[in-house]
Write a protein that binds this ligand. Structure first.
Ligand SMILES: [Zn+2]
Length: 369
């Protein structure tokens, strides 16, 4: 018997086989029937496996810039993904809430020149630095975005300084995203509308834009105390406004800082009234300094800002380690026992919690890439 394969017959068989495959696969009509390989590829009554689960839902993820190419344009619809793994175990000081106060345009040496006696008292009874730095682009909105997001400008993407809603909001996870996601109550009291673009409305439980003097702004903030809060940001704008109009360190500007300083006393009195001083961490800082009638440049007067942390439990100290405006968000997060975000450039100022500065900025931390 001849067992040799007939080439012509083999080719015909191959053509038939190929034709069947071409017909069956696109139609999926063969799926429930024994297939060419003699087995049922799909249980009767179910869809082919490739369709049996929903297609994966795209997930917005924050990608640190060291693993992606920074984009020159910024997407306003960015949805942050919050990392839930704490990077350090917070030390308990009984802190239950944080108030961040920004004196717009308060350069470091204005604290003494004004003088701001109440702030100086907080410095003497808390921890402070008068050599903290804002970001290189020492401008109100980008700098405040770094203050509250803990990130360099290249990451939060805010490169504008006027209200520009079509540009959206500061990118990434800021302290308001983090606190709100943890169920904490967040409050933002600001004197300039553009600061709205740092925190998405859904992450601020209370947002008040107050066009008024420092006492009026502070009264609005104090009104929130009885209802309770966990994170409050208060922004005073008069010092910056008068700096642009009359010059940095002018009498008019220093008067504005004194007014803001008096408002600080209002706040402390209110915290005392409600018995909250011991459980509240107050951080006072600024977005930038200034010189002449501007603050854009690379002068130390533009970049050097005060950074003050006060709580009765803080051991008084002058902080000697380099502090960035970006450390504000990180310190607030640490105090509130919220997870630090890996993409943040800011580092908690551990020294105020009585801890060694086991994590410090690199020497060139002021240069945001
Ligand atoms: Zn400013």
């Amino acid at each position: 018997m001849n067992h040799r394969l007939n080439p012509a017959r083999f080719i015909d068989t191959l053509k038939i086989f190929t034709a069947i495959v071409m017909i069956c696969l696109p139609l999926q009509g063969c799926a429930s029937a024994p297939n060419l390989w003699g087995e049922d590829r799909s249980p009767a009554g179910s869809l082919p496996a490739v369709f049996s689960t929903a297609p994966p839902t795209p997930t917005a993820t924050f990608t640190p810039t060291n693993t992606s190419t920074p984009s020159p344009t910024f997407t306003p619809t960015f949805t942050p993904t919050i990392t839930i793994t704490p990077s350090a175990t917070p030390i308990s000081m009984g802190i239950k809430r944080v108030i961040i106060i920004s004196y717009d345009g308060l350069r470091a040496d204005a604290v003494e020149a004004a003088p701001m006696q109440n702030l100086k008292a907080l410095m003497q009874n808390g921890a402070y630095s008068l050599t903290a730095r804002t970001i290189n682009y020492a401008v109100t909105l980008p700098a405040h975005a770094s203050m509250l997001s803990g990130m360099c400008q290249s990451k939060h993407g805010v490169d504008w300084d006027v209200t520009t809603y079509y540009r959206g909001y500061s990118k990434g996870v800021d302290i308001f995203d983090l606190a709100h996601a943890a169920g904490l109550k967040t409050v933002m009291i600001v004197n300039k509308e553009k600061i709205r673009q740092i925190a998405e409305p859904e992450t601020t439980d209370v947002y008040k834009l107050v066009y008024g003097s420092e006492p009026v702004i502070m009264n609005t903030a104090i009104e929130q105390i009885p209802a309770g809060f966990d994170l409050m940001f208060i922004h005073f704008g008069s010092g910056d406004n008068r700096g642009h109009k009359y010059g940095w360190m002018s009498n008019a500007q220093l008067q504005a800082f004194r007014d803001g300083d008096a408002a600080l006393a209002q706040l402390l009195a209110a915290l005392d009234q409600y018995g909250l001083r011991e459980s509240t961490l107050i951080i006072v800082t600024a977005d930038h300094g200034g010189h002449d009638r501007t603050h854009v440049g690379d002068r130390l007067y533009d970049l050097e800002i005060p950074w003050v942390a006060y709580n009765p439990g803080i051991r008084p100290a002058q902080l000697t380690n380099p502090i960035s405006v970006m450390d504000t968000a990180a310190t607030a997060a640490y105090a509130l026992e919220l997870p630090l975000q890996p993409e943040w450039d800011g580092i908690p100022v551990y020294g105020i919690f009585g801890l060694p500065d086991f994590s410090v900025h690199p020497e060139d931390f002021r240069i945001c890439k």
